[in-house]
Design a protein around this ligand. Structure first.
Ligand SMILES: Cc1cc2nc3c(=O)[nH]c(=O)nc-3n(C[C@H](O)[C@H](O)[C@H](O)COP(=O)(O)O)c2cc1C
Length: 222
């Protein structure tokens, strides 16, 4: 079992979806020392980094049929690279063939379709993209489809794929005009969803609550 699915299993157990499995009480065979005054979940509790993005990885299969899957164990690796923890899926077989994939972002308008893409494998339902009513355009830069219904997409080349860890180089990022304000991607318009591993649900992003590299300046004043 790959690391992302181990964490998901723990999340489901904690959420009461599975029998009452322990969330670990040992570390290197030593009893876990609890942090006083807090609830201590141990090392295998699902809520490691939170919230998690809901990225949608799209690939072509050997017949040039588009496939797309949900991945929440994903993040930025370098300024132009992303990383995803993946089990074996149709997606991984596809990207082994093509060396490419695209990444889009599930949003409040596409919750059901995006969850469906995480529930069902293209191995069992080869036309899952079309079944959800979604359409694709071939990326002009990499050998992978762009899902038209997701308004923000990264076109990626596989840098490495080993031991369940995919690293991709982003060669282009494109956005639909509907999510732009003054030529910049506007998250208030994109309305991306995040995966809540504690509640095992999706959440919408909230309001702007402060400026980055700015809100803390009140502590830097002489
Ligand atoms: C919320 C959610 C998050 C997921 N995150 C991941 C992940 O990070 N890595 C992974 O390998 N699978 C993840 N999955 C499972 C895949 O999306 C799922 O197995 C999918 O059906 C694979 O599709 P494919 O076989 O067509 O490639 C996730 C599923 C859901 C619903």
């Amino acid at each position: 079992m790959k690391r992302w699915s181990i964490v998901l299993a723990a999340a489901l157990a904690v959420a009461g979806c599975k029998s009452n499995e322990s969330t670990t009480s040992i570390m290197n065979n030593q009893p876990l020392k609890e942090v006083a005054g807090r609830t201590n979940f141990g090392a295998s509790h699902a809520l490691m980094t939170t919230p998690q993005p809901c990225v949608m990885i799209a690939t072509w299969d050997k017949d040039h049929t588009p496939d797309v899957m949900m991945a929440a164990w994903a993040g930025q690796y370098d300024h132009n690279q992303i990383v995803v923890s993946l089990s074996k899926h149709k997606t991984t077989a596809n990207l082994e063939l093509t060396g490419a994939f695209t990444v889009s972002f599930a949003d409040v308008r596409t919750v059901a379709e995006s969850d469906y893409f995480g529930l069902v494998s293209g191995d069992k339902v080869p036309d899952k993209v079309a079944r959800a009513g979604f359409t694709v355009t071939p990326s002009p830069n990499v050998d992978a489809p762009i899902i038209n219904e997701y308004p923000l997409t990264l076109e990626c080349k596989v840098v490495s794929w080993a031991d369940g860890i995919l690293v991709g180089e982003v060669v282009n990022q494109s956005a639909d005009a509907s999510i732009l304000t003054d030529g910049k991607v506007d998250l208030a318009k994109l309305q991306p969803i995040v995966f809540d591993a504690s509640g095992v649900c999706y959440r919408a992003l909230g309001e702007v609550v402060g400026g980055a590299w700015n809100a803390g300046k009140k502590f830097t004043a002489e």
